[in-house]
Design a protein around this ligand. Structure first.
Ligand code: GLY
Length: 373
């Protein structure tokens, strides 16, 4: 068995229960030992490891083996990889697998995979028999630095992203950076959109580490992931249910980004790629409304390019289709949005009521278009 290294353990101060986030390498074979330490889990409980068709062959085996060896009774539920699976129909199918495996209220779910797996499995855990515990084992950069902690779960509908969901904090999060080694370049890089977002809203020195990082430097990666988890944990602890204007700062780049992602058609653009474009638009508006310097604006664009992320919008995606998606976004209330602006890298604030309207967003979208060839 590989040596497990828990480099750090953070605690997320969630209101219903604080939970640990363990960050290190080769943690997958230790999942059962970690679960046994928690009172939420009963010995010999049935559990379902929910994962997708890409992650299952790569990472399911050590998780299943660890759980079986400790006396738990695991079942593997695999669904097709991709954003298209983040649906009510797929949630119902996963719930049927839990029923079929005989999970009762003492059972638990393990979400093994990227953001789609975590959001879908967490959502099913939150509604199954009115809520059972779940463990998050994120295997992508995006899910490790962002979606696996904070307790947001949900699925998309034809009208928009995450329109159905719940807050259901995990009982435990295992962040094993060794799982990132199998990620294709594009998926690895996509995660840096969220890392750059964290630097922009909270941590200027992190921008330096982002620009200096080279894939393959495992220690630097561990440090970057850990710092991002600290930032996310602090923000979640300050405003878990996104009511106080603190957690909403994590939406930097996501208003326009979600609109672009939906207008492009799910699956055509990776989430982080759409968020990259959203951040370029948010930086443009921040220069207009919040005094962001041209130097900082260029640094944001440069960091995104450093990870091969798009910074100019393709003519194939019309402004109108993005605005139509935006109008259905849950960040909009009565046609108004609290847009996240950055006055300088390391700081962020919500726009004042009436400070940023749809017309401003339209201009920002036009400003990030690639020049005509
Ligand atoms: N990914 C944004 C949040 O967790 O609030």
């Amino acid at each position: 068995m590989p040596t497990s290294l828990v480099a750090v353990s953070l605690e997320v101060q969630a209101r219903c229960h604080p939970y640990q986030v363990l960050v290190g390498r080769e943690l997958l074979p230790t999942v059962a030992a970690r679960v046994c330490e928690l009172s939420a889990f009963r010995p010999r409980a049935r559990c379902v490891v929910v994962t997708d068709s890409v992650v299952a062959p790569l990472h399911a085996e050590p998780v299943l083996q660890s759980l079986s060896a400790a006396g738990f009774r695991p079942h593997l539920a695999v669904f097709p990889a991709g954003e298209g699976s983040k649906s009510m129909a797929q949630a119902a199918a996963v719930a049927e697998e839990l029923i079929g495996h005989g999970l009762d209220r003492h059972g638990f779910v393990v979400a093994l995979g990227g953001g789609v797996v975590g959001d879908l499995a967490g959502f099913v855990a939150s509604i199954y028999q009115r809520g059972i515990p779940y463990v998050q084992i994120p295997t992508t950069v995006v899910s490790q630095v962002d979606s696996a902690i904070g307790g947001k779960t949900g699925v998309n509908t034809a009208s928009g992203k995450n329109l159905l969901g719940s807050f259901h904090p995990p009982a435990l999060v295992l962040v094993d950076v060794a799982t990132l080694a199998t990620l294709p370049e594009r998926e690895f890089n996509e995660g840096f959109a969220e890392i750059i977002k964290h630097a922009v809203i909270r941590d200027r020195p992190l921008m330096r580490s982002i620009l200096d990082f080279r894939r393959g430097d495992q220690d630097a990666l561990l440090q970057i992931i850990h710092r991002n988890l600290e930032i996310k944990a602090e923000i979640v602890a300050a405003d878990e249910y996104e009511r106080l204007g603190v957690r909403a700062l994590l939406n930097f780049g996501h208003t326009v980004g979600h609109g672009i992602e939906q207008a492009a058609g799910y699956g055509r653009m990776l989430h982080g790629e759409a968020i990259s474009l959203g951040m370029v638009a948010a930086a443009w508006l921040s220069a207009e409304r919040a005094g962001l310097s041209s130097g900082d604006r260029d640094l944001i664009t440069q960091s995104l390019r450093r990870y091969g992320l798009p910074t100019a919008l393709s003519p194939e995606i019309s402004t109108e289709s993005i605005l139509n998606s935006l109008r259905r976004d849950k960040k909009f209330e009565s046609g108004a949005v609290r847009f996240v602006l950055t006055p300088a890298i390391g700081q962020a604030r919500l726009s004042l009521p009436d400070e940023v309207g749809l017309e401003d967003i339209r201009r920002a979208i036009e400003a990030i278009r690639a020049p005509a060839a």
